[in-house]
Design a protein around this ligand. Sequence first.
Ligand code: HEM
Length: 460
Amino acid sequence: MTDRLKSAEMMPGSFGLPIFGEIINIISKQELFYWQQHQQHGNVFKTAALGFGKAACLVGPDANRLVLKEQADRLSSRLGNQYLAPIVSTDAVLLQDGEQHRTSRKMILPVFHQQALAKPLQGRIAAYFDTVQSVVTAAVADWGERGTIDLDAELRELTLAVVVKTFLGSEKTAEIQQVSEWFTTLTGGLYGLFKWDTPLTLHGRGQAARRKIVKYIRQVIRERVDRNDPANALDVLGLLMNTVDEDGNKFTETQIVNQAILFLFAGHETTSSLMDWVLFELGNRPEWRQKLRAEHQQVVGNEPIAMSHLRQLPQMSNVLKEGERLYPPLFLISRMAIADIEYAGYLIPAGWYILIFPLLTHRLPEIYQDPDLFDPDRFAPPREEDKKQPYSLIGFGGGVHSCIGADFAQMEMKIILSTLLQKYDWTVTPTTAEISPVRQPFMKQKKLTATFVSIEPIQS
Ligand code: HEM
């Protein structure tokens, strides 16, 4: 790399206040902060924050391809996501790099593999499907009688129950609720400014909760080893315990615990957040509820949805994609350069963070026509706006660290939507106009409330 490149320090944007950088804006505004920076500076800008350092922010499919695929070996997910280490630990797959990452990923992939999901009634996958369906059916059974509900809280509880039951095989409601509380405290610890491990700080309380989760998972593992019950071999924990790579390596107990915590963490708030926003958009759009209900009636009828229906619901798939596009639960993806990186005429030095943005890419008017509009038909042929350029839709990431649970999440979301469409009609406040152009988590997401009204089964 040569003199023709400009220093990344010359990118538009600002490093903010001395020492603090932009940390206060980032914590208080979250995606709105990056949204505003993008509006002001365009597709390449710089920022900095206390505790993180300097960052190059890159927007668009080319940047996504560079970071997720082409230069993946020069970028560290472990260093880029080190703020997550108090939750998931550094031997969980998201926080691994290079050969270590490749080995773990290869061992984990069969647990969530797409091919397996595509084949109905294959042992373990059918077991996931049935478990998810039973948790969802029980969780939403009384939504029609309860009047107005806090959508975010209900969906978080539901998706956590799904992963605790599916991944750990836990059957007891009290146990699931307890794990749910520990997780809320653990993730709350991320927002603490003081990283001391004492009960006086958010971080410390989060770490105490993590120790309880670790103890709980270890106990489940030991009970399984003692019981040696083959039925347990079919859930995610069972599969992790029995996975052997081609060299005969197995995960250690600590590795199993840490991967399981990552799955529980990565697998519930993401799904609940996306469902929040899909139900919110549908709640504001009777015509789309109607379209989905008609498609659903034609394919599924009044019976519970089955594994074989999942691929026969293109309108529902497009609604979920539109939710992913407009409200990606991970609105940014973070890496740290471990070697110099060249992009758009700049030299980004090793040691800088490089951030790419599902949210901002998904709102580029050169890719998506009328990008702030909820328009699921943009994904239907012949438009297929996401297919014109690779890495235009990256709500589930892409390349080497792409989401392992994407198919599981799609299955779960379709089961939730299908169950709700069959039983209820619903409205959500606030309206889409009040949220526009972009959600602001601390202000408006918490206030999403929904009213579900029971409907009669449609006569065919
Ligand atoms: C709507 C739901 C979900 C969304 C939007 C989502 C999104 C993502 C994204 C964007 C990444 C890439 C992160 C990066 O490159 O830094 C990722 C990775 C990952 N996701 Fe998901 N995810 C979802 C559900 C799940 C579920 C249900 C699981 C269950 C196990 C899961 C497990 C993982 C794991 C283990 C990784 C790390 C993969 C690796 O590093 O190789 N996710 N997810």
